[in-house]
Design a binder for this molecule. Structure first.
Ligand code: UT7
Length: 333
């Protein structure tokens, strides 16, 4: 594939929203054959947020979008397109983005979802950036939002301890040149022979809800954890390494890496191989678990709002997830 050009696109605002309800590890210890120590040591997770009745992917997405709009000093009328990255949409169709558009009372601009699982926000960033690069769109609202708790099997100790709910949003805007804030480099990949490694087998056209036996529990997340783990460790390192090499940078040029939060050990392994100090590899999995497409925008907003990154910094976003899909975005803020 040809090397993608730098894109005159900047992040002009970010926001995040998580549900109030917290599930700590004790919740699982009380119900399953597991321990707080096992969950902490194998995943790094201490607690995760989950939605309550009345909340959904669109309510979280809308809340995050409102914060991002305020941060960018914009109103919904300033937005030229809405993209929601999610694998837990409001319903099969219409898109979650259309629900967000309605809730924001945004103008009749294009609104659509993309399903690239944990890599969804990176995929969305690339799509939104090319839309802006085309000159047709100036400001795109991109949201990564998930209610993983709605597809998690709370009787399966292999997976239920991992996932949480949340949403993060970014406003991407056209810039005048490539000297200031811009997308320096980006990569997207997929490998479809890994579809069964991490999936929800039922609920689509292969096994529709009308033919599903609830007892088989196929409407919940299934994961070959160990196999996915091994691929994620290799992929995380390779992505950081190849993205900065192709951009002509080295790890010291990065203010921070914001990886998808799948497992603290996966993140730590990449950090050690890259010889990055802990403060330059972002983690918040301890508090939120794995929030799929929401994890990177949650981290991005937290880094911006807590001063861990500042204007002029170069940051790297990397994700690996179901599909299998993976991708990266190197951004000068
Ligand atoms: O976000 C997209 C990408 N996702 C990922 O990258 C996640 C990748 N996978 C993982 O994070 C890890 O594989 C897990 C955290 C899911 C599992 O950790 P692991 O170190 O790979 O454990 P394992 O699956 O190899 O299982 C080891 C043992 C098994 O017992 P036996 O067969 O050795 O007796 C499991 O049954 O741990 C057992 N186990 C548990 N024990 C206590 C699995 N889950 C639990 C649990 N509590 N919750």
């Amino acid at each position: 594939m040809p090397k993608p050009p730098p894109l005159g696109v900047k992040i002009s605002g970010t926001g995040r929203a998580v549900p109030d309800k917290i599930l700590n590890n004790q919740y699982f210890v009380d119900r399953l054959d597991t321990t707080d120590a096992w969950i902490r040591e194998r995943t790094g997770i201490l607690e995760r947020r989950v939605v309550s009745p009345g909340e959904s992917t669109a309510t979280l997405a809308t809340a995050a979008a409102r914060v991002a709009l305020a941060d960018a000093k914009m109103t919904p009328a300033d937005i030229d397109a809405i993209i929601v990255a999610t694998i837990t949409p409001e319903c099969s169709f219409p898109s979650t983005a259309c629900f967000v558009q309605q809730a924001l009372e945004a103008p009749q601009v294009p609104a659509f979802d993309i399903a690239a699982a944990c890599s969804g926000f990176i995929y969305g960033l690339s799509i939104a950036s090319y839309m802006i690069h085309s000159g047709v769109y100036r400001n795109v609202l991109l949201i990564g939002a998930e209610t993983m708790s709605r597809i998690t099997d709370y009787e399966d100790r292999n997976t239920c301890i991992l996932f949480g709910d949340g949403a993060g949003a970014a406003i991407l805007s056209a810039t005048d040149g490539l000297d200031g804030p811009c997308i320096l480099h980006h990569q997207l990949h997929a490998q479809g022979n890994g579809t069964s490694m991490l999936c929800v087998p039922a609920g689509g056209s292969r096994l529709p809800p009308s033919r599903m036996t609830i007892d088989e529990r196929l409407h919940y997340v299934k994961m070959q954890g160990r196999e996915v783990y091994k691929l994620a460790v290799k992929c995380n390192f390779d992505l950081v390494d190849s993205t900065i090499a192709e951009a002509g940078l080295d790890p010291d040029d990065l203010a921070i890496v914001i990886p998808h939060q799948s497992n603290l050990r996966i993140i730590e392994s990449a950090r050690e191989r890259l010889k990055l100090p802990p403060e330059r590899m972002f983690t918040n999995i301890q508090r939120y678990g794995n929030t799929s497409a929401a994890s990177i925008p949650l981290g991005l907003d937290e880094c911006r709002k807590t001063g861990r990154v500042k204007s002029g910094d170069t940051i790297l976003l990397v994700a690996f997830g179901a599909g299998l899909t993976w991708g990266s975005a190197l951004i000068r803020l």
